[in-house]
Design a protein around this ligand. Sequence first.
Ligand code: FCB
Length: 441
Amino acid sequence: MIEAAFHFPEGFLWGTATAAHQVEGDNRLNDWWAWEQQPGRILRGYRSGLACDWWGGRWKEDLDRAAAAGQNAHRLSVEWSRIEPSPGRWDDHALAFYRDVLSGMRTRGIEPLVTLHHFTNPLWLSEMGGWENEAVIPHFEAFTRKTVAALQDLADFWCTINEPNLYAYSAIASDDFPPGRNSIGAAFRVMRHQVLAHAAAYHAIHELQPGARVGIASHYRGLTPHTGSPLDSLGVRMQSRLFNQLIPMALQDGRLRFPIGRERLANVARTQDYIGVNYYSTDHVSFDLRRPGELFARRFYPQGSDLSEVGMNANVPEGMRMAIRWADSFGLPIYITENGIEDESDSIRPRYLALHLHQVWKAINTGSPVRGYYHWTLVDNFEWERGWTQRFGLWALNPETQERIERPSGKFYAEICHENGLRSDMVRRYAPEIAAKLFPG
Ligand code: FCB
């Protein structure tokens, strides 16, 4: 039987993404560890504990799994609080750990993308007021210089800040993440500091490593007007400008466009070498006068959505296409730096994966410069305020025993990586319910 296939360009990066606090374990010197000890902060009182025990050495077996599964790329993060446990004091042991991990990736044929800030802050920084205090800018720059100088022979692909927009929203405008500030005004101040800290780090990295590729990973939230009403469309525009656009646009042209007050920042324009897109799902938006705090709009999944078991993400692959179209407008190479779904039983993930990759393939074939895809995530890990209730891994993890079991989508993704594409027989085997949709005839 002749099989149809969607092949990706030669050299396409196939990987998974992780973050230090979610996989390392025993990360006692950051604000998340402290937050986890407070009652009521994490669903069911879960704690990160040993996480996936990467700090204890299990990164080796997990990278063996990734390499055997055909992955040629991995996005990881370094933990600031380990590298700089107190201001200006550098821990060579921590830097040596990351050197081991990065050379472990290289020897396994895995190209690293290193994130410098993925949600967690050293305790000393949060005690100073964290990202609200302007002093974060020189501190982040110094940490970046130290880290990049120590790792630059092993990595040249950097993400300064993961999802600055989601961080500002979850940690500062609300209270899902530490410090739980609950202040919109403070969130705007933090966004300004993130933009300036990113720009300082961008220039520092290029000074050390002129050929480096530096960017951020933006959380792109798909937003669709619920009805044809112009008010719903207005709600989409307002939310999209604030959440999706504000930071990447500032890094493009140096202008911050807050709803009240605009500012032109020096040395910030053109500080992205690529666009990193984290795409998970798409909301419907309807205008709602009762929600001034959410810019007069309500976001929800409509009835009949293809929801995950816990309902946090809906499977909306067209949103991936929208996300890439948006990324295209910057005229830079694009990487899908995160995409995935929480699904312990692996009942939705295979079709989610196939349908989202199909959208990536379509975008590439209509000229979008997408160079790589990092699935979130390799092995189930500690899901922030949702603790261990959400399982995003291609491998299931029992955090008590540290046992890993490959899910069917792990096998599916391995076949995709080995093939550098998606073949019709794979889809028939792993996601038969969508085979006729993806490969009609
Ligand atoms: C993203 C985060 C990542 C993980 C996934 C599920 O917003 O960057 O750490 O929690 O969501």
